[in-house]
Design a protein around this ligand. Structure first.
Ligand SMILES: [Zn+2]
Length: 74
């Protein structure tokens, strides 16, 4: 094996190791945490439309069909 190939092979190993390390570090810290927006999520019982409204409302009117809906419980 010529020395150029050896250097190239070594650099490739280094790069592959870096990619694998980055992949695992991303997976560990990549938990999806949505930021609290202060809005309440509603799902319409009639048309399955998802929408949000202010957090201080108990029930909200669907913008698609006008039906009153309760907030979605996660
Ligand atoms: Zn609706």
């Amino acid at each position: 094996m010529p020395p150029q190939d050896l250097i190239l092979f070594f650099l490739f190993l280094l790069l592959a190791g870096g990619v694998i390390a980055a992949f695992y570090l991303r997976r560990q810290s990549g938990d999806f945490k949505p930021e609290p927006s202060g809005d309440t999520v509603f799902e319409c019982d009639a048309c399955d439309h998802f929408y949000t409204d202010d957090s201080d409302v108990e029930r909200s009117l669907c913008p698609e069909c006008g039906r009153m809906n309760s907030p979605v419980q996660f």
